[in-house]
Design a protein around this ligand. Structure first.
Ligand SMILES: *Cc1c(COP(=O)(O)O)cnc(C)c1O
Length: 369
C-alpha cells in the first residue's frame, strides 16, 4: 500500500463501542421543558458550594491542587475514612474508566449485569477487554448469576447498588456473599452513586466491605444528591494498592480548582443533603402511588428516579408515552439501550413537574387510540 492510502486506525474493538447517549434536554417546539432524564436533583447545590465556586473564580490562573487535598479531607472527615484511601475523579465516570485502564487488557473479562450502567461496558471495551453480561432477577442484580460467570479471565465485577435505571438494591448480606465468593484477584466495584437516597436498614454503600478486604472499591459521586453534576466530581474509597496504581495513570490535575472547592463545601453541608433526601422520599412515594393508581407498573425504587413499565398494547407503549410527555414538555429517559424497551425512567423533579407528569400520564392512559 502506498503511504497516501494509509490512515490512522483505532485499536481493535474501539469501533465496536456504542457511544454513550446522554438524557435529552429539549423538545422541539415546546417552550418550557422539565428535564427529568438524567437524575439531576431539583434542589440545586448547597448555597455554601455555590459560594465556594464563586470564590474560586478569583484564582483561575493557578493550577489546581493535583492531590485535591481539601476535597479528600472533607470526604474523609464526614465519612469517617482515611484520606489516603480516597481517590477523586473528574466524575465517577473517570474512576470507572481508570479501573478498566489499570486492571484490564486484551483477553481479560469484566462482569456486568443485564440492566447495568452503560458506562461500564464502554470502558471495559475501551480497555480492549471483554464485557460478560449476566442476567438480573426482577430487575435486581443477581449475586449467584455473577458468581456463576466468574472465570480465570475475570478481573473486575461492576455493580451499581442501587441500580440505574432499575432503582433497586442488593442487601449488604448478599454483597458480602458476592465478595466472599470472588477470587482474591478480582476487584468488586460497588458503584453507589445513589447511596445517599437509600433508606433501608439492610443496605450499605460499601465502606465496611472496602475497609475489611483488599479487593473491593466503592465509587461515589457529587452529581446526584449533591447537585454538582456540572462540575464533574466523583470519589473512590479503596485499598491503598488500588489507589496507588490508579494515581500513577490519572491526569495530574484531573479535578479542577472550582470543583475541589465547591465539592468540599458541599460535603461539609450535610444539613442541605438531609433536606434533599427528605424531599426525594416524599415525592418518590407520591409518584409511585400515583402511577400505580392509573394502572402503570412501577419497579420499587430506593433512588431519586422511578422505572415505569407500560402496557404492551398498541398506542400505550413506552415510545408512545415518551412522545406524549415530550409534547407537553416532560422529558423522561428512554431505556431501550438498557434492555428495557417498554419502560421509561423518570427522575424525581420539582413539584410542578411531578404533578404535571402524573396528570399527563393519567391522560395518556385514559385516552382511546
Ligand atoms: C449518575 C451515575 C454515576 C455518576 O457519574 P458521574 O461521572 O460522577 O457524574 C455513576 N454511576 C451511576 C450508576 C450513575 O447513575
Amino acid at each position: 500500500m502506498s503511504t497516501e492510502m494509509m490512515k490512522p486506525v483505532p485499536r481493535a474493538g474501539i469501533l465496536d463501542i456504542a457511544a454513550y447517549v446522554p438524557g435529552k434536554d429539549h423538545a422541539d417546539g415546546v417552550a418550557r421543558v422539565y428535564k427529568l432524564s438524567s437524575n439531576e436533583t431539583p434542589l440545586g447545590a448547597s448555597p455554601k458550594a455555590i459560594e465556594a465556586f464563586r470564590e474560586a473564580a478569583g484564582n483561575l490562573e493557578l493550577y489546581p491542587d493535583g492531590q485535591a487535598h481539601a476535597l479528600r479531607e472533607a470526604i474523609a472527615s464526614i465519612n469517617g475514612l482515611n484520606a489516603a484511601n480516597i481517590l477523586c475523579g473528574n466524575g465517577s465516570d473517570e474512576l470507572l474508566g481508570l479501573l478498566c485502564h489499570v486492571y484490564l487488557g486484551a483477553g481479560d473479562e469484566a462482569i456486568i449485569t443485564e440492566h447495568g450502567f452503560l458506562v461500564y461496558k464502554i470502558q471495559i471495551m475501551g480497555a480492549g477487554a471483554t464485557p460478560v453480561t449476566v442476567p438480573e432477577k426482577d430487575y435486581t442484580v443477581d449475586v449467584d448469576a455473577i458468581l456463576a460467570a466468574v472465570t480465570p479471565k475475570t478481573k473486575l465485577v461492576f455493580i451499581a447498588n442501587p441500580g440505574n435505571p432499575t432503582g433497586t438494591y442488593v442487601p449488604v448480606a448478599d454483597i458480602r456473599r458476592l465478595q466472599a465468593g470472588l477470587p482474591k484477584n478480582v476487584i468488586l466495584v460497588l458503584d453507589a452513586a445513589y447511596a445517599e437516597y437509600v433508606r433501608r436498614n439492610d443496605y450499605e454503600a460499601g465502606i465496611e466491605l472496602v475497609s475489611s478486604n483488599s479487593n473491593v472499591v466503592m465509587c461515589r459521586t457529587f452529581s446526584k444528591v449533591y447537585g454538582l453534576a456540572a462540575l464533574r466530581i466523583g470519589w473512590m474509597y479503596g485499598p491503598l494498592e488500588v489507589v496507588d496504581a490508579m494515581n500513577r495513570v490519572r491526569g495530574p490535575f484531573n479535578l479542577n480548582a472550582p470543583a475541589i472547592a465547591a465539592g468540599a463545601a458541599a460535603m461539609r453541608d450535610q444539613a442541605f443533603i438531609g433536606t434533599a433526601v427528605e424531599y426525594n422520599k416524599l415525592w418518590l412515594d407520591k409518584l409511585t402511588h400515583a402511577f400505580e393508581t392509573i394502572g402503570l407498573k412501577v419497579t420499587p425504587s430506593v433512588t431519586n428516579f422511578i422505572l415505569i413499565h407500560f402496557p404492551d398494547v398498541d398506542g400505550k407503549r413506552a415510545p408512545d408515552a415518551d412522545a406524549f410527555l415530550t409534547s407537553r414538555g416532560y422529558i423522561l429517559r428512554m431505556v431501550k439501550g438498557y434492555g428495557l424497551p417498554n419502560a421509561l425512567r423518570m427522575t424525581v423533579g420539582p413539584e410542578e413537574a411531578n404533578r404535571g407528569v402524573i396528570e399527563t400520564l393519567g391522560e395518556f392512559m385514559a385516552k382511546t387510540a
